[in-house]
Design a protein around this ligand. Structure first.
Ligand SMILES: [Zn+2]
Length: 408
């Protein structure tokens, strides 16, 4: 089964329906659009049997019509890791990590780069673009290179060196900027509206973000369709959270899931407009933010996507919370030490938020959790921990190891 069941675009505000064109906003009201599918084509009575590999295993529920337009670097099918030691440590009934750092460029962005670049081909574009702190830029540049398209990557000049190195290698056009992201993004949106390149940003394009919906499909399949009780997903502009929520809902609508997991949105405290709004019952107030170690979560103004995420949280009685930088770095070490998973700060923020919710008794430890960890730690730029070095001989080494084993 490889053909797409995508049928139309629907406005999330006024529900106006539009054909599957390159359209970023509702023609009637300017609202955001989502792709709708004819899921009956996969059979209502029984669960679908997806075939093939990588992201395109889920081609029926993705909006790329012609298989010739699909691009892949082998993204998706990332590990769903049961974490019994960490679960015991935290006192929860169950804990799994969906480890998206195992994607080809080391982050969840590969799921959306695959659908963005494929959609760019579908609509006849020869260039794609994104404004990025690192992961999105290196991912999109790699997928554009793979498809033979130009990639205009606008990257913050102070992005981490490993990410800049990667972007410089893969992007046809890397443009570094200084100054404020919010000022640049206004100009960039106008370049998109002038159709100089395909919009591979996170704020509007209904085709691009669809790739992350496969997170939900993989979690469903990898858990044997016995989905976890709660899924913790990071939230900056809202792409991963919204796409995952929609994926689970889609499967329930199709009759493949009896229930959807409780969705938990995780932000960094230094950029927490959605979490703050949800917890206080107020509207989203854009923030002027400073630096957070979770660089990919540094969105002070999540725009209409943020409003959408908040609406989903409220409709589903979801949970939202945020973690301080020190809590994120602590969770990073804890995950590496207890389960051997080395994730970057952006990637591990969701775990930090879960730990905090449990400590505050704001979530039931009797649930089985899945935490979406979105990036590898291998691209993180930080000073190495200092270590006192020693001269050695066999006897001193033997004594050292024996002492440590004895717990001295
Ligand atoms: Zn509308």
């Amino acid at each position: 089964m490889i053909h797409s069941l995508a049928r139309e675009l629907r406005c999330i505000d006024c529900e106006a329906v539009h054909p599957l064109e390159y359209l970023l906003e509702c023609r009637a009201c300017g609202g955001l659009l989502e792709v709708r599918y004819d899921l009956a084509g996969l059979g209502r009575a029984e669960r679908p049997r997806f075939t093939g590999h990588a992201l395109w295993r889920y081609a029926p529920v993705l909006p790329i019509v012609d298989p010739a337009h699909r691009v892949t670097l082998g993204e998706g099918e990332t590990p769903y890791l049961d974490c019994p030691r960490l679960a015991r440590d935290l006192g929860v009934r169950g804990l799994a990590v969906k480890y998206d750092g195992a994607n080809p460029t080391g982050s969840v962005k590969d799921r959306t780069s695959a659908t963005a670049v494929s959609a760019a081909r579908q609509f006849g574009f020869t260039a794609v673009s994104v404004v990025s702190t690192g992961n999105a830029g290196s991912s999109l540049a790699s997928y554009a290179a793979r498809a033979g398209l130009r990639a205009f990557i606008f990257a913050y000049a102070r992005a981490a060196a490993p990410k800049l190195l990667h972007m410089a290698a893969a992007a046809s056009d890397l443009i570094l900027y200084t100054g404020v992201y919010d000022d640049l993004i206004g100009h960039w949106d106008r370049l998109v509206d002038d159709r100089l390149f395909f919009d591979a940003g996170a704020s509007r394009n209904p085709y691009k973000h669809e790739g992350k919906k496969t997170l939900a499909y993989e979690i469903a399949e990898q858990s044997g369709w016995d989905v976890p009780d709660a899924v913790v997903a990071p939230l900056a502009v809202g792409e991963t959270f919204i796409a995952t929520t929609r994926g689970f809902r889609e499967m329930r609508e199709a009759g493949w899931l009896e229930r959807v997991p409780l969705m938990v949105a995780a932000q960094a405290t230094r950029a927490n407009p959605v979490s703050h709004a949800h917890r206080t019952g107020a509207a989203i107030v854009p923030q002027t933010i400073g630096y957070t170690v979770a660089e990919g979560l540094g969105a002070g103004n999540p725009g209409r996507k943020g409003e959408w995420a908040l609406r989903l949280l409220r409709e589903s009685k979801g949970v939202a919370a945020d973690a301080e930088d020190a809590e994120i770095l602590d969770a990073q070490r804890r995950l590496a030490r207890t389960e051997g998973i080395w994730a970057g700060p952006t990637g591990v923020a969701a775990l930090a938020v879960l730990i905090k919710l449990l400590a505050r008794k704001e979530i039931d430890p009797g649930l089985r959790f899945c935490v979406i960890v979105t990036e590898t730690g291998l691209k993180t730029e930080a000073a190495s921990p200092s270590r006192a070095a020693r001269a050695f001989d066999y006897q001193s080494l033997k004594r050292l190891v024996e002492d440590r084993l004895a717990g001295l």
